[in-house]
Design a protein around this ligand. Structure first.
Ligand code: ATP
Ligand code: MG
Length: 251
């Protein structure tokens, strides 16, 4: 039996006004999987995601990482699960790009030399090293998104959760980010991505999960479920027919 990585067992979360929320979601991820989470506006994707590192607490149900409840050691959980939110500004706290990425490792008490090396390496990887002394507020939207990813990647999490990573990015920036995410995945990271641009990433994903009205409406292998996207009111994937005809998922 493969080791269980992330196990979500019947979680629900209601908001005080009685609208929205998520209901009875059970879901597991194997280590190294790439899952795309799709669903219409307000279907509960962000609410669900915010539970994975304990930012929201479920009203019922539980979430386990490596078999342990995520609240048992919340610091460990937050090191294991990195979150990249849609609104980069809410995640930015540093005075310079370098400080921003050094913030997490400093909080963990890493030795200075290790921090300096790892931060420089991560900034370089995301093509941000040349901006190292600038204030984060001076970056463009796409650069800020890369900065947020650098701040997560530097901590070497096992699971990286992306919430609408392509929002407000132009086509080349989207393609560049897809390349980065694919590389991160190839290195063995587990990836969960909520996106409205399913068609941009689906061929790289192992599994697709579709939410509707706070529940899981469908889940399954990405190739199998891709042709169903339209049925859930989501943007259909134009290459579906080609795949159905050839019966082959592009590598
Ligand atoms: N803090 C909150 N208080 C009350 N209701 C909330 C709160 N946060 C979210 N909701 C409601 O819960 C529902 C799900 O919201 P959520 O942000 O999880 O959806 P989403 O699938 O991420 O949508 P989008 O695609 O627009 O990002 C919505 O109806 C939303 O209005
Ligand atoms: Mg959302």
């Amino acid at each position: 039996m493969t080791e269980s990585f992330l196990d979500i067992d019947g979680i629900s979360h209601g908001y005080s006004d009685g609208e929205g929320g998520i209901f009875d979601i059970s879901f597991s991820m194997a280590r190294g999987e790439f899952v795309v989470l799709a669903g219409r506006n307000g279907s509960g994707k962000t609410t669900f995601i915010r539970h994975l590192n304990g930012l929201l607490k479920p009203d019922k149900g539980r979430i386990r990482l490596h078999g342990n409840d995520i609240f048992k050691d919340i610091i460990r959980t937050r090191q294991t699960v990195g979150m990249v939110f849609q609104d980069a500004d809410t995640q930015i706290v540093g005075e310079t790009i370098f400080d921003e990425v050094a913030f997490g490792p400093e909080n963990l008490g890493w030795p200075r030399r290790r921090i300096d090396e790892k931060v420089a390496e991560t900034l370089n990887r995301l093509d941000l090293l040349r901006f190292r002394d600038r204030h984060p507020a001076t970056l463009s939207g796409g650069e800020k998104r890369r900065l947020t990813i650098a701040g997560i990647l530097v901590m070497d999490p096992e699971l990286i959760v992306f919430d609408e990573p392509f929002a407000n990015l132009d086509f080349p920036a989207t393609q560049d980010l897809i390349r980065q995410i694919k590389a991160i995945h190839r290195e063995g990271k587990t990836i969960l991505m909520a996106t409205h641009d399913v068609d941009m990433v689906i061929e790289h994903a192992d599994r697709l999960m579709i939410m509707a009205e706070g529940k899981i409406a469908a889940q399954g292998p990405a190739g199998k479920l891709a042709p169903e996207l339209g049925r859930f009111g989501l943007k259909p994937w134009c290459a579906c027919r080609k795949i159905q005809e050839s019966d082959q998922w592009p590598a």
